[in-house]
Write a protein that binds this ligand. Sequence first.
Ligand code: UDP
Length: 309
Amino acid sequence: MRMLVAGGAGFLGSHLCDRLLAEGHQVIAVDNLITGSLENISHLKDHTDFFFMEQDVTKPFKIEGKIDFIFDLASPASPIDFVKIPMEILLVGSYGVHNLLELAKEKQAGFLLTSTSEVYGDPLVHPQSEDYWGNVNPIGPRSVYDESKRYAEALTMAYHRFRGIDTRIVRIFNTYGPRMRLDDGRVVPTLIDQALNNRPLTVFGDGSQTRSFCYASDLIEGIYLTMKSSEHQPINLGNPHEMSILEFAEAIKKYTGTKSTIEHQPLPADDPKVRRPDISRARKILNWEPVIGFEVGIKKTIDWFEAKK
Ligand code: UDP
């Protein structure tokens, strides 16, 4: 099949391109490189089935020839981006998704939206299952991302219901692995970088807030299986193994052997206190669950960052 991956030069987008090519598909990666990078796809530049197009999907664009399936992974997703490039996030979640859904309509292609656990906001239900509507501050600093993704889900469902598009929605929980940006601001690359340079590990608040970290290859497998399914309702993809951020920082200390200490800094506004996916639907519909444990995944990630130093 001929696939389009919007955000194909990003962290997860580039891993998805690799996976699709390995399955024998043709891939057109579209990216404006605002947070993605050519380095993530440099190993693919001579691949005969891989094409890269530098393009902002919020602007009109054309693709020649057929497209069978569109994956929309185009969005900045780190909390530091929410204050650095808020307009771009709102536009890519609205105009960008709209343009890609119109392209799906024109090409009679399938469409998969990568949504986020942020649609649950600071959740009052724990763990989060897909039928929970969330607790989102619509005007807070995170709202540019949360609300654009909630809008993107609504738009995707409307194109499914009223335009007959064959859509999928996955809600991605915290994911980590090689190709995360070093200056991404998120806890995984930030603390690994600090540890490898023996700088203090910055833990926001008292570190009691929890996250559940999924290794990239597991997540990509979940996305691939969702494409192959015929499920139109949202599916949570993530690893239910939950830990506090303080535990995460201790693990980074242990696996890097760093001399770094832990330095507490103020907790950002609306930082979710807990987050853990209920993946019962993914288990049932996709027969999917993560297979890479935290220790294995984080050691691979540390090795990758160390090799880049
Ligand atoms: N965090 C932290 N130190 C950092 C970066 C993040 O303690 O240097 C915390 C952050 O406050 C949040 C958690 O780690 O509670 C995960 O943050 P991240 O930015 O990775 O993503 P989020 O899950 O909030 O979208």
